[in-house]
Each structure stands twice: as structure tokens, then as C-alpha cells.
Design a protein around this ligand. Structure first.
Ligand code: TYD
Ligand code: MG
Length: 454
């Protein structure tokens, strides 16, 4: 019997301590330490005796087969994974409870099974009947998916080792899995890590692609996904505002493809519907001609996406005015406000400022600066912007409008959606080739833009 070792493990990042403490030194979170039995998975008696085995070293220039990809049958999912599931790879899909992870993966396994591949769905959270009910609702009850409600990793590995190697295995969720090799309770970091390790080993050995589902709660208290992120090949995050129908699947880490690629879905009564043209969706609820809105021509991953920025600037009744932003970086908003004050004579210190990205999209590009500034000024002076114009460009601290990447793709998308004008950085004009089909209004400085709106 191995001596049991108790330690205090941070349920957020997995760091272990000998004594309890209020704050984790490793990740800085408070109250995340829990006592766990971290006894190793290999018995002490055989741990040290084994002599190393020799293995062949290979040359870097050797021949490799192309990472064999398998399409999921859902174009938006394939886009995010970088062209389909890679054989022997393990993917983590994280997201808030109720966002639609089980729905997405039920659809993906069904599509794979219908295409003739062995696809297995293991649910540790729901009974077989519940999973069946969901499949029925999705109109997928006839798909030859192999289904089980199981939580023991050893049993799962033993069962799946029989017969043809499954091409896709969904484990819903990794937090419910447990393995005999470690003593701590299911759901703890030690268990989640050991279970994930065992499943990753199985994937590498057999060539099956495995998708692990991971819940993330708002306060990050639940054990798991953070520590698993380092172990898996790709991490996808499934996001969306609870009140809205749109769901965005974003690649956060991908050993076999680009990150920051997004897939857009709509949650309907019949499951998730792929949205092939997100711009249309994000602009569908536009209120034409209202002050404080500007359309930003952005790029998400490899795809241009047009989205509306909405600003509200109103006189404040508070000593310190409010600044609130949804879907964009608050520090970029502060910077744009500071540049407007310092260089363009726009006085905002007596105003509350709200900025919202329509449709629940989260923008990370600095190229949104110009559209944000236009929306803010438009709201302040209560003058609507032209409805047929898109905006993009980065604002520097001096107020100059700096060029951004991929101008032609942005213009092409704007033209496709019926826009007639683009307000853009000066140097971007040459890049566009001159035949974009749009009227190009280049601005060199934010002052020019402000003068045009006000
Ligand atoms: P689910 O996939 O169970 O979420 P998760 O696995 O991430 O916890 O989806 C939960 C929500 O999705 C639930 O509130 C109901 C809704 N839903 C639909 O709107 N339409 C559907 O066809 C399905 C299956 C679910
Ligand atoms: Mg679920």
C-alpha cells in the first residue's frame, strides 16, 4: 500500500501546497485550495526498480503523413479546429453550463456516425435516456452513434479498446470522470488530471480523436479545465450571452491550426444551426439612422466580420462618470476617450460612456478604435453617422489613424453586404487596389473625423 500523501491543491491552477493558505501563490486566486490525496498513480514498489528501455531516435527530415483530418460534417466546427479532427488528438471544449456543449457534440457525433465512422458519446452527467431525448429533439435519433452513461475511465478505455478503433469519442464531461489510480474524490484537480491523462494516452495509442467537455463557472471555482488546457492539443471555448441566440465557438489554443478563428451558431428549437454569414446576422437588428452606432469592418481569424458598435454618451450625475463596455477591451475604450479629450477637444469627463458590441461578439482587434470613436462622437453630438459606411483603423496616442491588416478582405465583405463607403486609414487606400467598388474616405487624424461628424 502506497503511503498516502495529502496536500492542498489549488482547484483553479493545480498548484500543490503542504499547508492550507488563503491565496494561491501560483495563480493569485483566493479560497481555491482544497485538501486532496495526491498519491501517485504508480505503486512505490515498482516505481524505482524499472530500468529505462532504449528507443530509436529519428531524423527531423523524415517522411510524415499529413496530419490525417476528419471532417465533422459541420463546416463551422471544422473551421475552428483548422479543417477537421486530427487523428489521435485530444480537444477540450469549455463553456458555461447550459451554453450548448452537449447539443453541439451530439450533433457532431451524429454527423460522423451518419458518414459511416464509429462515433462514441460517453455521458457522465446524463442518463442514456436523456441523451436519447436530446437526439430525438434534434432529429438525429436514427444516427448510429454508440452511447453510454459511464464515469470510470478504466471501464471506458477497456470497452473502447474492443472492436474497431472509434474515430471520434466525446467525453461529457471530464469533471465527472474518475480513475482508480488516484485516491482523491471525483471532480478534484488530481482526478481530472489523471483521467485526462489516461484518455490522452488512449487517443495517442489508438489514433482515435477525443473531445473532452469541460464546465467553467463564472467564479472559476470548479476543478478542472485550467489544468487540462496544458495537456490537450486544442482548446475551444463555446461562448454566448444567455439572453441571445448566437453562440460563438472560438479556438483558444490549437496545435494543428490557427487560433482566434471563430465559428458562429444559432441556438434554435431544433439544435444549433450553423451561421455561414455572421455579418448578416450581426447586422440584422440594426436600427438605421440612430445616433451612436457605427459599423466596424473587422477580421475574426481568417474571416471578415461586420459588426455594429453602439455607444451612449450621456451627462453624468455622479462624481466619477461611469465607463462600461461589453464586448471590447475597457482599456482601449479609455485610450480612445483620452485621445478624443486631449487632441480633438471632445470633452467627455462630465459624461457617462457606454459601449456595446452588438450580437454578443467579443472584439479583440485594435482596428475597432476608429469605429468606436465615431460611435462615441456621434452619440455625444446626437448626429447619426451615414448608414452606408463602415469604419476601421487603429488610433495612436497622438490621434493619428494607423493602418491595419487585411484591408481588401474588409472592403470586400462591406461591398457584399451592400455598403457604399469605407472610412479608413490613409495608407490603406493604396492597399485596396483602387477597384474595391466602395467610396474610400481616408482619414489621417482623428481630428478630421471628429470635424466631419460634429
Ligand atoms: P446543453 O447542450 O445541454 O448545454 P451544456 O451541455 O453546455 O450544459 O444545452 C442547454 C440549453 O440549450 C438548454 O437550456 C436548452 C437549449 N436547447 C435549445 O434551445 N434547443 C435544442 O434543440 C436543445 C437540444 C437545447
Ligand atoms: Mg451538457
Amino acid at each position: 500500500m502506497a503511503k498516502s500523501t495529502l496536500s492542498f491543491v489549488c482547484q483553479n491552477c493545480g498548484a500543490a501546497y503542504n499547508r492550507w493558505q488563503g491565496k494561491c501563490d501560483s495563480c493569485g486566486e483566493w479560497n481555491t485550495l482544497a485538501e486532496e490525496d495526491t498519491t501517485g498513480s504508480v505503486p512505490v514498489s515498482i516505481r524505482s526498480k524499472r530500468k529505462g528501455r532504449t528507443f530509436a531516435l529519428e531524423s527531423l527530415s523524415g517522411k510524415t503523413q499529413d496530419a490525417p483530418r476528419l471532417s465533422s460534417g459541420m463546416a463551422e466546427l471544422d473551421r475552428v479546429t483548422g479543417g477537421g479532427f486530427v487523428r489521435g488528438s485530444v480537444l477540450l471544449v469549455g463553456g458555461d453550463p447550459g451554453i450548448g456543449k452537449s447539443t453541439l457534440l451530439t450533433q457532431a457525433t451524429s454527423m460522423m456516425a451518419r458518414a459511416g465512422h464509429r462515433a462514441v458519446y460517453i455521458s457522465g452527467e446524463e442518463a442514456v435516456a436523456q441523451v436519447r431525448l436530446r437526439a430525438e429533439r434534434l432529429g438525429l435519433a436514427d444516427a448510429p452513434v454508440q452511447l453510454a452513461s459511464e464515469t470510470s475511465v478504466e471501464d471506458i478505455v477497456a470497452t473502447l479498446s474492443e472492436g474497431a478503433v472509434p474515430r471520434l469519442i466525446v467525453i461529457d464531461s471530464i469533471q465527472t470522470m474518475w480513475t482508480d489510480t488516484v485516491e482523491s474524490a471525483p471532480g478534484t484537480v488530481t482526478q481530472v488530471r489523471a483521467s485526462a491523462q489516461a484518455l490522452i494516452r488512449f487517443a495517442k495509442k489508438t489514433g482515435a480523436a477525443i473531445i473532452l467537455v469541460g464546465h467553467v463557472t463564472k467564479d472559476g471555482q470548479i476543478a478542472g479545465p485550467r489544468v487540462v488546457e496544458h495537456m490537450v492539443d486544442a482548446v475551444l471555448s463555446f461562448e454566448g450571452e444567455g439572453s441571445q441566440q448566437f453562440r460563438i465557438l472560438r479556438s483558444v489554443k490549437n496545435r494543428f491550426g490557427a487560433t482566434d478563428e471563430i465559428g458562429v451558431f444559432e441556438m434554435t428549437g431544433l439544435g444549433l444551426r450553423e451561421v455561414t454569414n455572421p455579418s448578416e446576422l450581426f447586422l440584422s437588428e440594426r436600427e438605421l439612422g440612430s445616433p451612436g452606432t457605427a459599423v466596424f469592418a473587422g477580421i475574426e481569424g481568417t474571416r471578415p466580420v461586420l459588426v455594429e458598435l453602439q455607444a451612449l454618451v450621456a451627462p453624468t450625475s455622479l462624481g466619477t462618470p461611469r465607463r462600461a463596455v461589453v464586448g471590447w477591451d475597457p482599456s482601449r475604450l479609455s485610450m480612445v476617450l483620452a485621445v478624443l479629450e486631449a487632441h480633438c477637444g471632445v470633452k467627455l469627463s462630465g459624461h457617462d460612456v457606454y459601449l456595446n458590441v452588438a450580437g454578443g461578439l467579443r472584439i479583440q482587434e485594435p482596428a475597432a478604435d476608429l469605429a468606436a470613436a465615431a460611435a462615441l462622437v456621434s452619440s455625444l453630438v446626437n448626429a447619426p453617422l451615414p448608414t452606408d459606411a463602415v469604419y476601421f483603423g487603429e488610433i495612436s496616442l497622438s490621434g493619428a489613424i494607423r493602418p491595419v491588416a487585411q484591408t481588401p478582405a474588409r472592403l470586400k465583405e462591406a461591398l457584399k453586404l451592400g455598403f457604399a463607403r469605407a472610412i479608413l486609414p490613409e495608407s490603406a487606400r493604396g492597399e485596396s487596389g483602387g477597384d474595391s467598388g466602395l467610396t474610400l474616405n481616408s482619414v489621417g487624424n482623428l481630428t478630421t473625423l471628429v470635424a466631419e461628424i460634429a
